[in-house]
Design a protein around this ligand. Sequence first.
Ligand SMILES: Nc1nc2c(c(=O)[nH]1)N[C@H]1C(S)=C(S)[C@@H](COP(=O)(O)O)O[C@H]1N2
Ligand SMILES: [Mo]
Length: 448
Amino acid sequence: MSHIDDRRPAKSPLSPQDIREAYADQPDEADRIVFGRVAHGDRRGFLKGAGLATMTAMLGAAIPFHRYMPSGLIPAAYAQDTGIDLMTGKDGLSLLSDRPLNAETPAHLLDDDVTPYSRHFVRFNGLVPQTALDQNAEGWRLTIDGEVDTPLELTIDDLKNNFEPVTRQMWLECGGNGRAFYQPGASGNQWSVGAIANAEWTGVRLRDVLDAAGVKPSAVYTAHYGNDVHLSGDVEKVVISRGVPIEKAMEPENMIAWAMNGEPVPALHGFPLRLLIGGYPGSASQKFLNRIWVRNQVHDGPKMTGYSYRLPAYPVAPGIEVPEEDMEILTVMPVKSLITFPESGAQAPVGQPTEIRGHAWAGAGDVAAMHVSVDFGQTWQEAALDAPPNKYAWQRWRADITLPEAGYYEVWARATDGEGKMQPPVVPGWNPRGYGNNMIHRIAVFAV
Ligand SMILES: Nc1nc2c(c(=O)[nH]1)N[C@H]1C(S)=C(S)[C@@H](COP(=O)(O)O)O[C@H]1N2
Ligand SMILES: [Mo]
């Protein structure tokens, strides 16, 4: 028996070492190189030629059924092999990728005021650290250093005993939530609407800890670090390290948390310590937090620079190439809302009031009004909007709609912030990596 394809003198542009890193940094591009197709297109490719040579070298073995190996499939030998196990306890989430692990929640499963563990989206740039998988916090230290008077090395007990504990709800939204709707498409996880959650966190104020270290006047930015592992397996490599302006860091709402919904922070959400920065993209909220480096310049860690979590400084035409120096750091998230009840496709009785509800949030913490439309945006009806339980928690809204005759309707929901900015009815400002899509959410409702 001979494997004809295996004997082809194919040369892959990626070495086996490179390939895992390539998948980590630019999954679509890596997929194109290895499989000759994009991962999320409908014309999926299969392993052959140069890609096959690379994959074979990487695995150290021939792949007899390589003809059937579809694009986008990272060999299980290299997956953390926990993609399935790790999702134990998660309920109804859609898996976007298993290495790194990324999963979002359908809108109708986000109806709870406080999102339970089972429905909290999951976003990883690297691998879940072993300490988190083992729930082992022994010897864990949080270092505060850099532009501070007294660098600190804090144990979890130090945090618990020496600072005032606080419990707050905080929404967490991935900066790329809604990316799937951009045209032309942007590389990265194809989040639709469900990379958002609102859990209750217990810990201490970030500000109190920074005050204890004594922030110097020279402080400009924070830099956050965790102990998750780079997809390449290289322990020297930092997966992601982002930060926020020092003024933002000093806001009293930000937290260093050891508990989520009354339980130790779960492995997937940052055990044993997790930073929470209110109103900023989720990437600012470092999981597995073990160091905050106070810097005298804007932080330039992995995923802070280039096109990562950045938007063009000015509106650009879709698909255009934006010079790197014209990209600005994404900070305050735009106003947004979700319809969490009913589920899209539901039926409602003709001529009778039917409750529609959901949540609204804004990066500045100031949702001012909520409206719904059942006539494709011709007219809008104001919805009741609850005050948030605390700043940077999402807010419940409710409206009774009445559908005049039998047929197909869409319910559109639109939040307005304190500056009068509203969610747009179409995808807002295209940008190279597809961040900040706060387009209105809509669902289908059949009146019967
Ligand atoms: N250590 C670490 N922290 C991290 C990340 C990561 O990959 N590693 N991803 C960030 C991003 S991009 C988001 S959107 C949130 C997701 O948090 P969750 O997985 O708890 O929902 O975590 C942030 N903190
Ligand atoms: Mo994110």
